[in-house]
Unconditional design. Structure first.
Length: 113
């Protein structure tokens, strides 16, 4: 869990604070003005289990990757979406809801073991 993280690093974007894992990721500068969480995305994973933290991180990472890709498409002008960024700002609650549902389903499946 150091700097220079790559896709192959199993603990990318994970930090430990007070015994619990947290997801921490930098928002790309090119889309920071579209993301209210900039300059860093931070979220408690509410677990001290590394395996469960990695699973939760994977869900958050996938959602953030999709949101970043959509934002970059909007910024680059290759999309027909409005250039004001309103499409991204309005989609954020959907991404957040999707992430929360995914986290709940993962928590439910993890607690039944």
């Amino acid at each position: 869990m150091g700097r220079n993280r790559t896709r192959t690093d199993p603990d990318r974007y994970l930090t430990i604070r007070q015994g619990n894992y947290h997801y921490k990721r930098r928002v790309p500068v090119t889309i920071a003005h579209l993301d209210e969480r900039a300059p860093h995305v931070r979220a408690s994973l509410k677990t001290d289990d590394r395996g469960l933290a990695r699973s939760k991180r994977d869900l958050l990472e996938a959602a953030d990757d999709a949101l970043s890709k959509a934002s970059l498409t909007l910024v680059s002008g290759t999309s027909t979406a409005p250039s004001s960024g309103s499409a991204i700002r309005s989609s954020w609650p959907l991404a957040s809801t999707w992430r929360m549902r995914s986290m709940r389903s993962l928590k439910a499946s993890g607690s039944s073991k």
